[in-house]
Structure formats: C-alpha cells, structure tokens
Design a binder for this molecule. Structure first.
Ligand code: ATP
Ligand SMILES: Cc1cn([C@H]2C[C@H](O)[C@@H](COP(=O)(O)O)O2)c(=O)[nH]c1=O
Length: 202
C-alpha cells in the first residue's frame, strides 16, 4: 500500500490557512489519494468539547497547554494514526507547532515543558510537511476584523501575535526539512499555485 502523508497547516489567526484546506484536499483526491481533513483543537467528539473550552474560557496557561495535548492524544488515537496506518493522507488545520507558537511563544510557557509533552504524546510522529502561512500582524488583524466575532485567542493584543509569529518562524528555521513558509499576503490563486508545486515534492 502507498504510504500516507501527514500535512499540517499553521499560522497566526487570520493568516489565511483554512482558506486552502479544501483546495489541497481536492488536489490530492484528484490524484487518486484518500484524504482525511481534520483540525486542532478538535478532530474528535472529545476534542471538539475541549475546543469550546479552550477557545472561550479563561484558564491557567499550563491548563491550556495540557488540554491542547490531551485533545491531541485523542485525535492521534482516533483519527490521525488509524488514517496513516490505512495509507490515507491526513491534512490537519493546526497541530503541535501551534502549541509551541501560541502557548510557548504567545504565552511564554517553558519550551522544555512543551518538549516534554510532545515527547509523551507523539514521540515518533512528526508532520511530513508543514505549510506555515505567514503574514504581518496588521494584515491578519484586518482579515479577522472583516469577517467574524473573535474568540479568546483572536482577542489577544499585537505583542501576543508578534511573539506567536516569531515562534512559528523560529520553528520553521529549526525544522527546515518539513516546514515551508508561504507568503500569505499574496492573492489566493498565487498561493495555491505555490502549494500545488510544494505538494509535488512531498
Ligand atoms: N490570500 C488572501 N488574500 C485575501 N484574503 C484572504 C487571503 N487568504 C484568506 N483570506 C481571507 O481572510 C480571512 C481569514 O482567512 P482564514 O479563515 O483562512 O484564516 P485562518 O488563518 O485559517 O484563521 P484562523 O486560524 O483564525 O481560523 C477570510 O475571510 C479569508 O477569505
Ligand atoms: C492547536 C492549537 C490552537 N491554538 C489556538 C490557535 C487559534 O487561535 C485557535 C484555533 O482556532 P482556528 O481558527 O481553528 O485556527 O486555537 C492554540 O493556542 N494552541 C494549540 O495547540
């Protein structure tokens, strides 16, 4: 059986990552691949319940990080690992890089603690490809303000998003073999052309 691949989409809120999920899934399906699309927080019944809590309730930053990893453990067990074992391709709207960026970068939680949680929850699994949609904070903020009621994270101030974006870019530099940084200020069609080329190389 052809082996499935694990692709993650990352970026600060409003960067534009979710806009491209269906495009990538359709493109891969047109190549005869079986594709599972999913998201974090979420992806399972338990994960969606946790999502409602972490996006809308105030809590200690360590509680927040632990809930992200608790939901991820369930997501891996119920969705991601079985799909990859079947040879399916998995596209997840966010994964562990988001915890490093938001809880580590944005909230300044110790990266050592996050590394320990990552080692516990998925010691042997990393995405095959991580698309990091990168935009200046003002662009992301303008996109969010134009379209919806903001959740707990989206209401954070500019310095939170500056630190979150910086941690994403730091990780992209740390793991260049799996990260591809996409300039998400460009037109959607131009971005999708670049993504299609990147997928040819996976
Ligand atoms: N390249 C682009 N140019 C202009 N507008 C865009 C672009 N990409 C996305 N948008 C618009 O920006 C808004 C936010 O996009 P999207 O929901 O994909 O962002 P996101 O990064 O997934 O945000 P979140 O993580 O908060 O869900 C949407 O209205 C979308 O249509
Ligand atoms: C996985 C994960 C997510 N977050 C934050 C990032 C976003 O603000 C929300 C999810 O919203 P989206 O519109 O679906 O992208 O949750 C986080 O802080 N830590 C994480 O591990």
């Amino acid at each position: 059986m052809a082996s499935g691949k694990f692709i993650t989409f990352e970026g600060i809120d409003g960067a534009g990552k979710s806009t491209h999920i269906a495009f990538v899934a359709d493109l891969l399906r047109s190549r005869g691949l079986t594709v599972v699309t999913t998201r974090e927080p979420g992806g399972t019944e338990l994960g969606e319940s946790l999502r409602a809590m972490v996006l809308h309730q105030k809590m200690h930053l360590e509680t927040e990080a632990l809930l992200m990893f608790a939901g991820r453990r369930e997501h891996l067990a119920q969705v991601i690992e079985p799909a990859l074992a079947r040879g399916d391709w998995v596209i997840s709207d966010r994964f562990t890089d988001a915890t490093f960026a938001y809880q580590g970068g944005g909230r300044h939680l110790s990266l050592d603690k996050l590394n320990a949680l990552e080692q516990w929850v998925h010691p042997h699994l990393q995405p095959d490809l991580t698309l990091l949609f990168d935009v200046p904070l003002e662009v992301a903020r303008a996109r969010l303000d134009a379209e919806r009621t903001l959740d707990k994270f989206e209401q954070e101030k500019a310095d939170f998003f500056a630190a979150t974006r910086a941690e994403y870019l730091r990780r992209a530099a740390q793991f260049p073999q799996r990260f591809r940084v996409i300039d998400s200020t460009r037109a959607i069609a131009d971005i999708q052309q670049e993504i299609a080329q990147l997928l040819d190389a996976v």
